[in-house]
Design a protein around this ligand. Structure first.
Ligand SMILES: [Zn+2]
Ligand SMILES: [Zn+2]
Length: 274
């Protein structure tokens, strides 16, 4: 069974553990591939890596990659915010995750994944949730034009606090229309979508991003996916993996993407233990 996680955070940004502790835990959990994706520098947040920290991060990941090379494939990635510093393809990062963490409303950049109160504030400033969704998905759509980005991070992060559907029904046709338009643009640009279990690890959601109806749509449209846990705590490295693999299979997918150090290749779902 092939096990991979390309979306993880360490003490170099807002994670809890050293890269070495994470590698050791990944080995004990039988991972084949562990990729680090520290938050690339972004001036408007307080958790991304400043320049000097980024250099330490790069050296640290290279060190553990070499040290544990006989036990696990370790890769150096970065999570680039649409509003943050942009990186070059393959220099020095093996892969790049493109994410949106902020919405620009009323001339302010507000985090979309902070807490329920903050999401309520965004909705209030926007007037309604659908207007917020339009602002958010227009921002995510920009990733289609970022050639350096390989993977789209947590595509429907704006629904982090919507488990009870108090902001929007997940099957709202207008909401789905906005999300699907964004997905279409990203598929046309050949981006890979991650199935991200991060909100399950934090107890906010019972299912991963993207929500089932969007995941089914990605499959119908021939989109590519992979499974990540957006891990900030080494004990959550494979949080929600089993349930998510079932969901992925139920949505009709026959394969997921594997990163082999050079490129992303398609692998049969059975090989992931489905
Ligand atoms: Zn993120
Ligand atoms: Zn992340």
């Amino acid at each position: 069974m092939f096990k991979q996680n390309l979306h993880t955070h360490s003490l170099h940004c807002d994670g809890n553990d050293t890269v070495e502790e994470m590698v050791q835990e990944a080995i004990s959990k039988n991972f084949d591939v562990l990729g680090f994706s520290g938050h690339g520098y972004c001036s408007i947040d307080d958790y991304s890596m400043p320049f000097d920290e980024m250099e330490k991060y790069i050296q640290d990941v290279r060190r553990v990659k070499e040290k544990y090379k006989d036990q696990i494939s370790v890769y150096l990635g970065i999570e680039q915010d649409v509003l943050g510093m942009r990186f070059e393809k393959n220099d020095p990062f093996d892969y790049i995750i493109g994410s949106v963490h902020f919405a620009e409303v009323a001339d302010q950049f507000i985090a979309v994944d902070m807490d329920k109160k903050t999401t309520e504030k965004i909705v209030e400033l926007c007037g309604d949730f659908l207007t917020f969704a339009k602002v958010y998905y227009d921002e995510v759509k920009k990733i289609a034009n970022m050639d350096e980005v390989d993977i789209v991070g947590h595509i429907d992060l704006l629904t982090k606090f919507n488990e009870d559907e108090s902001f929007i029904c997940f099957d709202d046709p207008e909401y789905l229309g906005l999300a699907k338009e964004c997905i279409d643009a990203l598929i046309a640009a050949d981006k890979i979508f991650e199935v991200n279990t991060g909100a399950i690890a934090r107890g906010y959601r019972k299912t991963p991003y993207p929500q089932k109806l969007l995941l089914e749509y990605i499959n119908q449209k021939g989109g590519k996916i992979l499974l990540n846990s957006d891990c900030h705590n080494r004990f959550k490295l494979d949080c929600g993996y089993k349930e998510s693999l079932d969901l992925i299979k139920n949505c009709g997918f026959k394969s997921m993407m594997e990163f082999n150090g050079k490129k992303f290749i398609s692998k049969d779902l059975e090989e992931f233990g489905c």
